[in-house]
Design a protein around this ligand. Sequence first.
Ligand SMILES: Cc1cc2nc3c(=O)[nH]c(=O)nc-3n(C[C@H](O)[C@H](O)[C@H](O)COP(=O)(O)OP(=O)(O)OC[C@H]3O[C@@H](n4cnc5c(N)ncnc54)[C@H](O)[C@@H]3O)c2cc1C
Length: 317
Amino acid sequence: MSDTNNEKVRCLIIGSGPAGYTAAIYASRANLAPVLYEGIQPGGQLTTTTEVENFPGYPEGVTGPQLMEDLKKQAQRFGADIRMGIATATDLSAAPYKVTIDGEKVIETETLIISTGATAKYLGLPDEAKYAGMGVSACATCDGFFYRKKNVAVVGGGDTACEEALYLASLAKQVYLIVRKPYLRASKVMQERVFKAPNITVLFEHNTLGLFGENGVEGAHLVKRKGEPDEELVDIAIDGFFLAIGHKPNSDIFKPWIETDEVGYIKTIDGTPRTKVPGVFAAGDVADPHYRQAITAAGSGCKAAIEAERYLSEHGK
Ligand SMILES: Cc1cc2nc3c(=O)[nH]c(=O)nc-3n(C[C@H](O)[C@H](O)[C@H](O)COP(=O)(O)OP(=O)(O)OC[C@H]3O[C@@H](n4cnc5c(N)ncnc54)[C@H](O)[C@@H]3O)c2cc1C
């Protein structure tokens, strides 16, 4: 590869969700001349949703794409260099760190902010795409409020599914927890809380076949004890269908160098976005198995940029 294909920067940000853009705002205002690569989904996950009602500063709410456009413009106003491109490989063995973009160009950077997000897992049913934003959600904290006094279902049997079911039970009329196995994988404490909730019905050994409804989800077709002699088809009337079967953090290309947990979330030093590699920081959902909200992602993007600035100044770069 020719040298003309290489470039040296002080601060490279990978990802254009709330974490990446917020890091770009802070890094550009701190004179780090950050370069940000947007990746396959410019604007991140929020570009796939309509109303965002819980991001501070928008009393009337804001659409996801508008919020992300605002954050991008704010970063560009201070000179952040926002580019199209996907990080395809990394070499974080020694500073300056090397990140390959689109398999061609290599960026050498003194500091790296990883803000590549985490992707929710879906069952893979065509109806999940058909009813996206019309009753299908992978985030109870984000969308639960829209289902007050309505009926909803949560798919999953782990701690997250139980947490989501309990959260929704405080808002909705009735919550069905659709569990593939004859038992819950969640901790005993979680299980007890679910079983005690008067408006949660656990549907063990049920699989979802599809969803139905005219202008949004009105119900789900389920099968009980699939493949067994007593297999049974069951329909439930619901307004919302929540997936809680896990997320996949977009951390694969960093894994040879950066520590992750068993799911793939990047491990950071408690309370900070610092990874074990000096000058490399992780912000937003890619490092957050617990909250996964736009505001928490933005907050950690801010922290990462402040850390990058301090690192550069400490090392005289
Ligand atoms: C449908 C939906 C509705 C939601 N509603 C709300 C809500 O109302 N309120 C709320 O607070 N939260 C909501 N969330 C959650 C919120 O979107 C996330 O918590 C937030 O977007 C996480 O921000 P992030 O910056 O970590 O990453 P993301 O938004 O996930 O962005 C990741 C970015 O990384 C880029 N990327 C990934 N890999 C690469 C690579 N190899 N190279 C370059 N770039 C890469 C992607 O292109 C993307 O730009 C919702 C999520 C979804 C899916």
